[in-house]
Ligand binder design. Structure first.
Ligand code: NAD
Length: 316
């Protein structure tokens, strides 16, 4: 078995590789290291269980090169991780999301690789969807450029399933958090407190409410669902049982960092930035019905993440 993990040097990708290697699989990592970190996978590169192809998904040639190494399953995780960037730069998600996904699928077609898992997101549902949101909710109307690229990626994958006989797993992730996180609200809060332990600026009014899933739970669920669901096109929400507000996150991070005198200041408004969906909770019944497990609820995942990221980042 040889898997290709695009974005394998990133946060979620590196945890997925830990699991794949533990299952005895060999892994090819295709990553341009734009937001990933070689240190996350160095242990597998050293043992030879993972091979790095440093390349850009925007280049079909680079993707073809990685796909030529005898791949049976592609885990397509590479993407621009910064949803907010779309408020300033309007073609990043189109290139790093939509075109990159096309290149992955086209290289799979040309190399006759038949199985793909795709990291999509809850943001495809847009705003105002019923909560918890089931997979069959529609129409999906994303409100961020990142969300549009995820929806486009899903559409391309579905069309490759229908036209070229691919088998696909589309996973719509909640907010995934944990060790090796390099972005997101907990990471930002720790960096802000590191710069100034006396105050913590929170974007929005703090009432934004989303569900948070620990990264170990996420990658275990990916592999479990793939082992237990065998349709040509498999669509699954991956999340935890509940939600947490940004206010709760700020309070947990202040407590865990020991910056208990920090004044928590809210910038106001119902969302962090234009295109942010202020409230999101995924229905996870379908995932649970496969027997997949979620060990941590949102608050537990947040506390765990604050602790491990504090160790990784440090306050000094
Ligand atoms: P990440 O930034 O840690 O990982 C992305 C990886 O992709 C990085 O290693 C980066 O260097 C690589 N990459 C980016 N563009 C590339 C390109 N053009 N060519 C080659 N490599 C490229 O992000 P993550 O949080 O691990 O996210 C992984 C996937 O999960 C992404 O597709 C993201 O959109 C999706 N997702 C993440 C979350 C979350 O909460 N973290 C939620 C929903 C969906």
């Amino acid at each position: 078995m040889r898997a290709l993990v695009t974005g394998g040097a990133g946060f979620i990708g590196s945890h997925l590789i830990d699991r794949l290697v533990a299952r005895g699989e060999n892994v090819v990592v295709l990553d341009n290291l734009s937001s990933g970190d070689l240190a996350f996978i160095q242990h597998h590169l050293d043992t030879g269980r993972a091979t790095l192809v440093e390349g850009d998904l925007c280049s079909l040639e680079d993707v073809m090169g990685a796909m030529a190494l005898g791949i049976d399953t592609v885990y397509h995780l590479a993407a621009n991780p910064d949803i907010r960037l779309g408020t300033r730069v309007t073609d990043t998600d189109l290139r790093q999301g939509t075109v990159a996904t096309y290149n992955v699928l086209e290289a799979m077609r040309l190399h006759e690789v038949k199985r793909i898992a795709f990291a999509s997101s809850s943001v495809v549902y847009g705003e105002g969807a019923p909560m918890p949101t089931p997979e069959h909710h529609g129409p999906c109307m994303p409100i961020s450029l990142y969300g549009a690229s995820k929806q486009a990626g899903e559409g391309l994958i579905s069309s490759w399933v229908g036209t070229f006989g691919l088998q696909a797993y589309i996973f719509r992730f909640a907010n995934i958090i944990g060790a090796r996180g390099t972005h997101g609200v907990i990471f930002d809060f720790i960096h802000k407190l590191k710069a100034d332990p006396t105050r913590l600026e929170v974007l929005g009014n703090g009432l934004q409410e989303k569900s948070y899933m620990e990264v170990g739970d996420c990658v275990d669920a990916i592999l479990h669902v793939m082992d237990h669901s065998d349709a040509p096109l498999n669509l699954f929400n991956l999340g935890s049982h509940d939600t947490a507000s940004v206010r709760q996150i700020a309070e947990i991070v202040v407590e865990v960092t020991g910056c208990t005198n920090a004044a928590i200041e809210y910038t106001g408004g119902d969302r962090g930035w234009a295109g942010d969906v202020p409230k999101a909770m995924l229905a996870i019944d379908k995932m649970l019905a496969t027997g997949a497990n979620v060990r941590m609820n949102s608050a537990e995942a947040i506390r765990h993440t604050a602790k491990v990221l504090l160790e990784e980042i440090g306050l000094e």
